[in-house]
Design a protein around this ligand. Structure first.
Ligand SMILES: [Fe+2]
Length: 130
């Protein structure tokens, strides 16, 4: 089994699993800013007990540093299941969230998401610091 595709990516406009990162291209040094991450921005991902997005995370890798830093993690735990069975509760999470952080250095935002059927997906975005 080839392992080159264990972390998949694609154009988020055509692929519903990509955790789309939306953040400013430039941020002010040391000033908190917001980063929105969303799976299914253009094409909705199924959200059922049997098939759903379980979690998303966000890392930031400052230029010149050896490793990225974890900014946060979001777990989505309501997918329609109840004591009556699968897809009976009408309560469903949406794979959407906003992180807030600050940095003095430019670098790369990196997000991964996990679909319980289709595995791990990633998206990246560079940010500059002024
Ligand atoms: Fe999926």
């Amino acid at each position: 089994m080839a392992d080159k595709n264990w972390l998949q990516t694609d154009d988020w406009k055509n692929e519903k699993h990509v955790p789309v990162i939306e953040a400013p291209d430039k941020v002010k040094k040391g000033e908190v800013f917001h980063v929105k991450v969303q799976v299914g921005k253009e094409i909705s991902h199924p959200n059922t007990t049997a098939h759903h997005i379980k979690w998303m995370d966000l890392f930031f890798w400052p230029e010149g540093e050896k490793f990225p830093y974890e900014i946060g993690y979001m777990s989505f735990d309501a997918h329609g299941a109840s004591v009556k069975g699968a897809d009976t509760s009408t309560v469903y999470c949406d794979p959407y969230g906003v992180f807030a952080f600050k940095t003095d250095k430019p670098g790369k935002l990196m997000s991964t998401s996990y679909c319980n059927i289709h595995g791990l997906w990633k998206h990246e975005k560079k940010i500059e610091v002024k």
